[in-house]
Write a protein that binds this ligand. Structure first.
Ligand code: ZN
Length: 429
């Protein structure tokens, strides 16, 4: 007797019509036609069951603050940073917690059950850190939240940047962040990478830096980050977020850089929605698009995952908590449109991100956590194309969100009476 059996589900790895049996919050068995009963049985009817989505790069202290205290008129990264600087002194713990919890509700509806958020440590009051630690505890039953100490105004550039970041780690923040391209000079940026990697090595913590989020082809802090990773033996525990300068770098230089990133076993986290929106702002035409070199990094065996980065905040007046929207933009901006590419992009939203975050017991395998999402699509390519509706979200074997399928009634003479956009439009691959 099981608690729940989800019958006839397709899986992201290509297995078709599998039954997933769940007992005591774990996956007890995955096989076709499991001959057993359960307290609850659900027929997936050949739709896709996926492990939950994972967002490895987000800003939960800023989310849903759009319009406070004013809108970003230029739409640029730098005005966003300035605007956040205006908002920061007015932040309260209650308001930060309320907005973050509201975002987490939305995330759950989208099957997004693990999030790594950067937390601004620039203001020595550390209101943001206190608030996000509270949010982490409150959402723990349904969302795994990791916190990165993020010196938004610069580790060296902000008056108490270094001391505040260290205090945030003392308060229980999980990961060392950085923003070397925003330090005063290239040399100070390099020094910040060196100091922050040493700090992480001393404390046994992972590293996740905003790195080279610029169109400047000479912004090469990623090289330092990879070298410091190797020097301190931090292989596999370091992530480079954004790396947009790689879009503009000289090809010969990149041919040396990518193997170095691979040697350091760095995780790479592009943020397609935000990169496509914020990069290339100083160009006229042709206008660079600024996303890092995703297919080349993947081809080198580097773990690439994608972040949502922002939702309705000083940098981005869009976003929905739907990682399929992130993947949809990744397909376009990386020009990865083949069936094989789409599978890679989908995996980047699930298993690659889980690897970046170091999640344990993640994935649709016997014995792992019974966390999954049932999509209104039959395979990963269709899920991405349709930004598919998340029909069921299951956490530890419990259904925590349910959405009706998107089906439209049609009133056209001689045509079908209803349309399910996920049935009958794609070829049988
Ligand atoms: Zn970011």
């Amino acid at each position: 007797m099981f608690d729940l059996i989800l019958r006839r589900a397709n899986l992201p790895d290509g297995r078709k019509a599998q039954d997933i049996a769940i007992r005591a919050g774990k996956i007890a068995e995955i096989a076709p036609n499991i001959d057993a009963t359960a307290r609850q049985e659900i027929d997936a009817t050949g739709r896709l069951a996926s492990p939950p989505f994972v967002d490895p790069h987000f800003h939960m202290d800023a989310t849903l603050s759009l319009g406070l205290p004013r809108m970003n008129r230029s739409g640029t990264l730098l005005e966003g940073i300035a605007l956040w600087g205006e908002l920061r002194p007015t932040l309260t713990i209650d308001a930060l917690v309320e907005r973050a919890l509201r975002y987490c509700d939305l995330a759950v509806t989208q099957g997004l059950l693990a999030i790594r958020t950067h937390v601004d440590t620039s203001d020595p009051k550390l209101t943001t850190v206190e608030a996000m630690l509270e949010v982490k505890a409150r959402v723990a039953p349904y969302i795994t939240l990791q916190l990165v100490a993020f010196p938004q105004d610069g580790y060296y550039r902000a008056p108490e940047g270094a001391a505040s970041l260290t205090r945030a780690l003392d308060m229980g923040v999980d990961i060392v962040g950085g923003i070397p391209h925003f330090e005063r000079t290239m040399a100070e940026g390099q020094a910040s990478v060196e100091a922050l990697c040493r700090l992480a090595a001393d404390r046994g913590l992972p590293v996740d830096m905003h790195c080279d989020e610029t169109d400047d082809p000479h912004s090469r802090h990623v090289e330092t980050l990879a070298a410091e990773t190797i020097r301190h033996g931090l292989q596999g525990r370091v992530a480079g977020s954004h790396l947009t300068s790689m879009h503009s770098m000289d090809n010969y230089y990149v041919s040396k850089l990518i193997p170095l990133i691979a040697e350091a076993q760095m995780n790479v986290i592009p943020n397609p929605l935000i990169n496509i929106m914020l990069q290339g702002r100083h160009d006229t035409y042709p206008k660079r698009r600024g996303m890092t070199r995703v297919p080349e990094l993947m081809a080198a065996g580097i773990n690439v995952s994608f972040g949502h980065d922002c939702v309705m905040d000083p940098w981005y007046a869009m976003g929905s908590g739907d990682m399929l929207e992130v993947g949809h933009m990744a397909i376009h901006s990386a020009q990865m449109g083949s069936l094989d590419d789409k599978t890679k992009i989908f995996n980047a939203l699930i298993v690659n991100s889980a690897k970046t975050m170091g999640l344990e017991n993640y994935g649709l395998e016997k014995g792992r956590n019974a966390d999954l999402v049932l999509l209104q699509a039959r395979d990963p390519a269709e899920a991405l194309r349709l930004k598919a509706t998340k029909l069921l979200v299951i956490k530890a074997g419990q259904i925590i969100a349910r959405t009706e399928p998107r089906i439209t009634q049609l009133s056209l003479q001689g045509r079908p009476s209803s349309i399910d956009p996920a049935i009958g439009f794609a070829p049988d691959y």
